[in-house]
Design a protein around this ligand. Structure first.
Ligand SMILES: Nc1nc2c(ncn2[C@@H]2O[C@H](COP(=O)(O)OP(=O)(O)OP(=O)(O)O)[C@@H](O)[C@H]2O)c(=O)[nH]1
Ligand SMILES: [Mg+2]
Length: 165
């Protein structure tokens, strides 16, 4: 029977969660750049092997959807916090992590410092210093980053699911 491993994507609106889901689940060569806020939630699936799939669940980042986050986080093996990489956005993300900390207990949490292509981006190491969780740089609109993104998620789960990486 197929085992589904739930991975929740958390972060403020406009951070790049939907774009990351598209990058990892659709085999497209060009990612559209128009912004349409996720209403409530969105999801995508990554197939690891015949027996294992990862369900990526995006929690809509607009403030009025935040009330759904505790329910959407529940049952996740890992939570990926996606943030824009401007100092202002990272501080906002830090506040969100603080606010939802109790729901993240016992879960593996990593962060993605997205939009590294934009000028003035903080380096992933500096973002990590502020967020206090392992942080990796990303450009989710760049299809060349697909393997990188895939690796981040799969290696974060490595000790829980047996996968060939
Ligand atoms: N320059 C740049 N733009 C990006 C990158 N990733 C995403 N974007 C753009 O940022 C905007 C917001 O991306 P979304 O993926 O919709 O953001 P989201 O986190 O899903 O937002 P909500 O659904 O409201 O929570 C879109 O216009 C994307 O094209 C990136 O790495 N670089
Ligand atoms: Mg979205």
């Amino acid at each position: 029977m197929t085992q589904y491993v739930k991975v929740a994507l958390m972060g403020a609106g406009y951070a790049g969660k939907s774009t990351l889901i598209k990058l990892l689940t659709d085999n497209v060569t060009k990612l559209k750049c128009n912004y349409s806020p996720t209403v409530g939630m969105d999801c995508g699936t990554i197939t690891l092997d015949d027996d294992t799939k990862i369900s990526l669940v995006e929690m809509g980042g607009q403030e009025h959807f935040e009330f759904m986050w505790p329910d959407l986080i529940r049952g996740s093996r890992m939570v990926v916090v996606v943030t824009e990489s401007t100092p202002k956005a990272v501080l906002k993300t830090r506040q969100l992590l603080e606010k939802y900390r109790e729901y993240l207990t016992g879960m593996q949490v990593i962060a993605i410092a997205n939009k590294q292509d934009l000028p003035g981006s903080m380096k992933p190491e500096s973002v990590q210093d502020l967020l206090g969780v392992p942080t990796y740089g990303m450009v989710a609109i760049d299809p060349k980053q697909r393997v990188n993104g895939y690796r981040l998620i799969v290696s974060g789960l490595r000790d829980m699911v047996k996968v060939a990486s």
